[in-house]
Design a protein around this ligand. Structure first.
Ligand code: MG
Length: 330
């Protein structure tokens, strides 16, 4: 079955249409992404994102095959993201994946977007059994693998951290994604007091964003607001991660998801880990954001550990919780 040991994958999220090809050994053969950027000052409109993905799907697929010098007939598995995500966008990915699977008679597997972020992080950092800090535009969770599932130890009770960055960035008139620009402004900022909201193992970000906007309206320098915002929300995450480490007795921390690209967050985790004498890892920047490669690799792990899907089971699950996903390869 693994004639050529190559796998194709489709990744469609609210702003990224990505396709990647990976071998069974975890070698990345190609990786293409088309990213939808909404006009300045606006959020992502699901219909516009879907149209963008549909218009670019064929182009991405062609490029990825060209880059890896492969034909579809050499692909042994097609994986795609079942969720969580915007239903319209997930539907684009699953429809194209089903079509390719039927046309070329290639097995099809739907995988979890969240688990894929973790697995690409584990593959590229060689980190074995970490406490995972998964922070992106759609998620903020502290996760640990326990008894066949990735369990959520703590999470946001309102908006995801990446979303909080984007709301603040929009208020400042910055382009999306807001994180890198806020990090840049924060470099010359000074501390102003902001609320610090950790409830047990959970986090809340909306009140902090509201307070930041209030401070900006009061005329406080944007650099100071960015610096204090960043320090506050990253401290909250680091605190909960430290408690998850104490609770699970694990000896590694792995930072994944789009916000893992923040140098400051990585640095704060490193300091906390050094003090506890545990190791800290961060997914390489190129693979912190959504991509097709992570879906391909997750597909390989699921397939080689025995998971199979009939076509009728390859539906999307828009609110798929990570703790509902069966992890058969660990
Ligand atoms: Mg993501």
């Amino acid at each position: 079955m693994f004639r050529h040991r190559k796998y194709c994958t489709l990744r469609v999220s609210r702003n990224t249409f990505g396709v990647g090809i990976v071998t069974e050994e975890g070698k990345i053969l190609s990786d293409e992404r088309f990213i939808y950027v909404p006009p300045l000052g606006r959020g992502i409109h699901p219909r516009e994102a879907t149209e963008y993905h549909l218009n670019n799907a064929q182009k991405v697929l062609k490029r990825v095959l060209k880059e890896s010098e492969l034909k579809m007939s050499k692909i042994d598995l097609i994986s795609f993201s079942r969720g969580p995500g915007l239903p319209n966008c997930l539907q684009v990915g699953s429809s194209i994946a089903r079509y390719l699977s039927l046309k070329h008679k290639i097995p099809l597997l739907g995988v979890s977007h969240c688990v894929s972020h973790i697995e690409i992080g584990r593959l590229l950092t060689k980190c074995k059994d970490p406490v995972i800090v998964y922070c992106s535009g759609g998620n903020s969770q502290i996760i640990a693998y326990i008894d066949g599932k990735y369990r959520v130890m703590g999470e946001t009770t309102d908006i995801p951290i990446g979303n909080a960055f984007d709301v603040l960035a929009r208020e400042l008139g910055l382009e999306m994604p807001g994180g890198p620009k806020i990090e840049e402004l924060a470099k010359t900022g000074k501390w102003v007091d902001l609320p610090y909201v950790v409830k047990g193992m959970d986090l809340s970000f909306t009140g902090i964003v509201t307070e930041c906007i209030k401070k900006l309206n009061e005329g406080i320098r944007k650099e100071d607001v960015c610096y204090s915002f960043q320090e506050t929300v990253f401290s909250m995450l680091t605190e909960v991660t430290e408690r998850a480490l104490a609770h699970t007795n694990k000896s590694d921390v792995l930072l994944v998801g789009g916000v893992a690209a923040s140098r400051r967050l990585s640095e704060m985790m490193k300091i906390m880990c050094r003090e506890r004498e545990v190791k800290s890892y961060t997914v390489p920047k190129e693979y912190s954001a959504d991509n097709g490669v992570m879906i391909a690799w997750n597909g390989i792990l699921a397939f080689t550990s025995g998971q199979r899907m009939k076509l009728e089971d390859t539906t999307i699950i828009k609110n798929w919780r990570i703790d509902d996903v069966d992890i058969t390869w660990l």
